[in-house]
Ligand binder design. Structure first.
Ligand SMILES: Nc1nc2c(ncn2[C@@H]2O[C@H](COP(=O)(O)OP(=O)(O)OP(=O)(O)O)[C@@H](O)[C@H]2O)c(=O)[nH]1
Length: 268
């Protein structure tokens, strides 16, 4: 007798199969292909967590971007600041919302940070931001190494840091270079040209090229880093991302918004 036939298979289970699971006759002897469906059901139930942080000098539109994002998607009532200038962010704070699209849940947390760079001495102005990022890694690690750890560890680690570059039209300033060099060692960084509507299309393109040149010269490895090119498919996808030009952040994530103020320009 074929030994495989004696292996327990999902067909023997009395559990009803889900609508997306193929009928028992279609499963192979072991039923390995059912694993994909089971994983999908599990992940759909749990949902995903995604944490973004916005970083940049004061007055570049970080809070406006965060407000626009939530206004368009998740805020039920209009935020009190509508129509009036956004107050200056004085401390780091996070807003979390659960967004659901076609049954897929996403717990999105956006962390707004106070602007930096307007002091006479800007030494170590990156410390509070890097401190926060490292604290979240530490918190997760401490939970993970417990012998009796939670089944689901709340993930507050920053997955993506959006860095606002001031629209000077020249190149990266020494402060941005110093900041980015430190950030890139710790977190995935996506640089954007802030208030890109203050530059013409030609100026934006020239600025973007100069910034990319600066990033290469100063070995600033922004997202997607080369280490993500694990196979040929990743390589193709990541080079597309690296080669992308003129994608408006507003268009990408704020498409439902009626506000056209936030015209930050994604570099990649
Ligand atoms: N032209 C233009 N103005 C913008 C844009 N985004 C925001 N603003 C304006 O820029 C000003 C500052 O915006 P904020 O969102 O408070 O800037 P911030 O970076 O959060 O500032 P801090 O809280 O000091 O860190 C506000 O008057 C906004 O209306 C944009 O894309 N284009």
């Amino acid at each position: 007798m074929d030994p495989l036939r004696r292996s327990p298979s999902p067909c023997l289970s009395s559990r009803p199969s889900s609508p997306s699971t193929p009928p028992c006759e279609m499963l192979g002897p072991v039923g390995i292909e059912a694993v994909l469906d089971q994983l999908k059901i599990k992940v759909m139930k749990m949902g995903f967590e995604f944490n973004i942080m916005v970083v940049g000098q004061s007055g570049l539109g970080k809070s406006t971007m965060v407000n626009t994002l939530f206004k368009s998607k998740v805020w039920k009532s209009n935020p009190p600041g509508l129509g009036v200038p956004t107050p200056q962010t004085l401390q780091l704070h996070s807003v979390t919302h659960v967004i659901e699209e076609k049954g897929v849940k996403l717990k999105l947390t956006v962390t707004d940070t106070p602007g930096f760079g307007d002091q006479i001495n800007n030494d170590n102005c990156w410390d509070p931001i890097l401190g926060y990022i490292n604290e979240q890694y530490e918190r997760y690690l401490q939970e993970e190494i417990l012998i009796t750890r939670q089944r689901h560890i709340p993930d507050t680690r920053v997955h993506c840091c959006v860095y606002f570059v001031p629209p000077t039209g020249h190149c990266l300033r020494p402060l941005d270079i110093e900041f980015l060099q430190r950030l890139c060692r710790t977190v995935n960084v996506v640089p954007v040209i802030a208030r890109a509507d203050s530059l013409t299309m030609e100026e934006r393109e020239a600025f973007r090229r100069r910034i990319q040149q600066n990033l290469r010269t100063h070995c600033i490895d922004v997202y997607p880093q080369m280490c993500f090119d694990e196979d040929i498919n990743d390589k193709i996808l990541n080079s597309k991302l690296r080669g992308n030009v003129h994608i408006f952040l507003a268009d990408m994530i704020l498409h439902a918004s009626t506000s056209s103020r936030n015209e930050s320009l994604l570099l990649w």
